[in-house]
Design a protein around this ligand. Structure first.
Ligand code: PSU
Ligand code: MN
Length: 303
């Protein structure tokens, strides 16, 4: 039995023509942004990838199939559906076996992209080590996935809702290259810079593609995390966000939010507390990541 993959018409054509494909996750659509900005963003991000010369494949699980690329009506339906499951590595086989509709996290999207032979994936932010993880043990499965599945993931750094130094320690221990794009410090999602030095730096999409290919030659399992700074005109100063992040974290603790619910709760509260400013920046950085991911996918294919 092979994996139940279902390709969009556009991705089938891309494979036939030898065009590069960029994977996109769907949890950002269902659990990371409110309707209707979620679907508008998903459409813009797909358009950005096309304009950069690659083909987008938004990944989700519906009707006992892993969809590699969603048709426009499928994207609309997913973005508006209520009670969509958030699927990570632990959940995808069960969702397929039971016919549950689900959106894929970074971890699950990496697994599905690799099954479909897609090497590059663009998102906003990855999951990581949560603040207080020494008590809650809340560490995203995204980190383990980066350690074992050979997909290059383009994100804007980790969000300040996480414990970023601990997240970086786990990635180092698990052998995941973290490559900042065109700067020496790690970007911090809504801000271009942080206090942390980047472990690695690349100044071109080609360098990132070459490193991806070299890992395969060496037989190293796992992917790469590319940390791409948000465009300067879209960044929000860290000082401005800090009180809102702290308030959201306090509320999550008071309300006993745990497990899968933590990240969506924090994203929603920060959106509300910043009166939408966090979302505007989030949209800009995802689009920026999509353009870099397309360039990496093109560089990989023309090697
Ligand atoms: N971080 C963001 N935006 C997101 C997510 C994380 O800035 O939308 C989503 C991604 O799908 C990521 C998931 O894979 O949340 C991580 O969830 P958890 O922390 O439960 O592993
Ligand atoms: Mn978690």
């Amino acid at each position: 039995m092979t994996a139940p993959l279902k390709y969009s018409a556009e991705v089938i054509a891309a494979h036939a023509a030898g065009k590069p494909v960029v994977a996109l996750e769907s949890t950002i659509i269902t659990h990371g942004m409110p309707y209707p900005q979620n679907v508008a963003t998903a459409e813009m991000v797909e358009a950005d990838i096309r304009q950069a010369g690659a083909v987008p494949a938004t990944i989700a699980i519906m009707g006992s199939h892993i969809h590699i690329g969603l048709e426009p009506n499928e994207l609309q339906a997913l973005a508006q559906a209520k009670n969509v499951a958030k699927l990570s590595r632990a959940d995808i086989a069960f969702a397929l076996a039971t016919g549950q509709t689900g959106a894929t996290t970074v971890a699950a999207t990496m697994i599905c992209a690799h099954l479909a032979d897609i090497a590059v994936f663009a998102t906003g932010g990855i999951g990581g080590v949560h603040r207080g993880a020494e008590n809650t043990f809340d560490i995203s499965a995204d980190l383990e996935e980066l350690a074992q599945t050979p997909v290059t993931v383009v994100a804007a750094g980790a969000k300040a809702i996480l414990d970023i130094p601990k997240t970086m320690e786990v990635l180092e221990t698990r052998g995941v290259p973290v490559i900042a794009y065109r700067q020496d410090v790690l970007p911090a999602f809504w801000s271009r810079t942080s206090d942390l030095p980047a472990p690695l730096r690349a100044d071109s999409a080609q360098a990132i593609a070459d490193s991806h290919a070299m890992r395969a030659h060496l037989g190293l399992p796992g992917g790469q995390l590319v940390a791409n700074p948000i465009p300067a005109q879209d960044e929000i100063p860290a000082d401005q966000l800090r009180p809102h992040i702290l308030q959201a974290l306090n509320e999550a603790e008071e309300q006993g939010i745990s497990a899968k619910a933590v990240t969506p709760f924090l994203l929603k509260r920060i959106f509300e507390l910043t009166k939408g400013a966090s979302l505007t920046a989030n949209i800009a950085l995802v689009r920026n990541n999509a353009r870099l991911a397309a360039a990496i996918a093109l560089a990989l294919i023309s090697r």
